[in-house]
Ligand binder design. Structure first.
Ligand code: BTN
Length: 258
C-alpha cells in the first residue's frame, strides 16, 4: 500500500498558482463522495473554486450511475463552479475540464495521452482519469456546477474486471507521483480552461479537445439507445458526430463510448 502525505490545505495551497480555484480547500481522509460533499457546500453558498479532496471514497460515483473505485494513492477531487454561461450552453464545460486534466497528465511525461468522448482521459489506451459533472440550474440559470475528477495517480492494482481498461500514472511512469504538486498544477490548468470557456465560449475548448480526441469506430450506449458507427469529430456544441452504419450522420449528446 502506498503511504501518501495528506492532501490538505497546508500541503497544496503553498503550491497553488491560481486566483480563485482552490482558495477554499476541504480535505477528508475518507468520505462517501467528494461530489456529494462539494454539492452540500455549494448549496450552503460555498464560493466558486471551493475544492473538496479525499484520500479514499466509500461511495465514489462515476458517470451513468457507475461506481467509481477510489483507493488510496489516487486523486479524488471535486470543485464548485459558478459559471455565468446559461445552462443550455454548458455542455462543453466538461470537455474543458477533460482538456485541463489531459494537459496535467501529459506534463508528467506520459506518452500517448488521448481523450475519449466525452471526457475520459487515456494514457496508451487505458483510462487514467474520469470526470463527473453535476449541475444545479433554475429557470435556465446555473446555480452551481460540481466537477468531480478522479485520477488513478499512484494506484498500483486494479481488480481483474478493470485490468485491461484502466491505467495508472504510477504504472505508466514506473514511479510514484507527487500528489500535492499534481493537484496544484491541475487547479492551475482548470482555472485557465474554465476562465477561457467563460470568456471565449466553446470554440477554443473544442479545438483543444479535437487535438487529442480519439475518433474512429465506436459503439455509444445511452439510457435509451445504442449507436454503432464511426466517430468523425465534434459539432459546435461538443456533441460527438457519429457516421452510423446506415450512412446517417448523428450528433450524440449523451452516453458512453464503449
Ligand atoms: C467516470 O468516468 O465515470 C467519472 C468518474 C468520476 C470520479 C470522481 S472521483 C472524485 C469525484 N467524486 C465522485 O464520487 N466521483 C468523482
Amino acid at each position: 500500500m502506498i503511504r501518501a502525505p495528506r492532501l490538505d490545505a497546508a500541503a497544496v495551497q503553498p503550491l497553488l498558482e491560481t486566483r480563485w480555484l482552490g482558495r477554499a480547500w476541504h480535505w477528508r481522509g475518507r468520505t462517501a463522495s467528494t461530489n456529494d460533499l462539494a454539492r452540500s457546500l455549494a448549496e450552503r453558498d460555498a464560493a466558486a473554486g471551493t475544492v473538496v479532496v479525499a484520500d479514499t471514497q466509500s461511495r465514489g460515483r462515476g458517470r451513468r450511475g457507475h461506481a467509481w473505485r477510489s483507493p488510496r494513492g489516487g486523486l479524488w477531487l471535486s470543485v464548485v463552479l459558478r459559471p455565468t454561461t446559461p445552462a443550455a450552453e454548458l455542455g462543453p464545460l466538461g470537455l474543458a475540464v477533460a482538456v485541463a486534466v489531459a494537459e496535467t497528465v501529459e506534463a508528467l511525461g506520459t506518452r500517448q495521452v488521448e481523450l475519449k468522448w466525452p471526457n475520459d482521459v487515456l494514457v496508451a489506451g487505458g483510462k487514467v482519469a474520469g470526470i463527473l459533472t453535476e449541475a444545479a440550474a433554475e429557470g435556465g440559470r446555473v446555480r452551481h456546477v460540481v466537477v468531480g475528477i478522479g485520477v488513478n495517480l499512484n494506484v498500483t492494482r486494479f481488480p481483474p474486471a478493470l485490468c485491461d481498461r484502466a491505467a495508472s500514472i504510477h504504472r505508466e511512469l514506473g514511479v510514484a507521483v507527487d500528489r500535492a504538486a499534481f493537484a496544484a498544477d491541475l487547479c492551475r490548468r482548470l482555472e485557465l480552461w474554465v476562465d477561457r470557456f467563460e470568456r471565449e465560449g466553446a470554440a477554443p475548448v473544442l479545438a483543444a479537445w479535437r487535438a487529442r480526441g480519439r475518433l474512429g469506430p465506436v459503439t455509444v450506449v445511452s439510457a435509451t439507445t445504442t449507436i454503432e458507427g464511426v466517430a468523425i469529430g465534434l459539432d459546435a456544441d461538443g456533441a460527438l458526430l457519429v457516421r452510423r452504419v446506415d450512412g446517417v450522420l448523428e450528433p450524440v449528446r449523451s452516453g458512453e463510448v464503449v
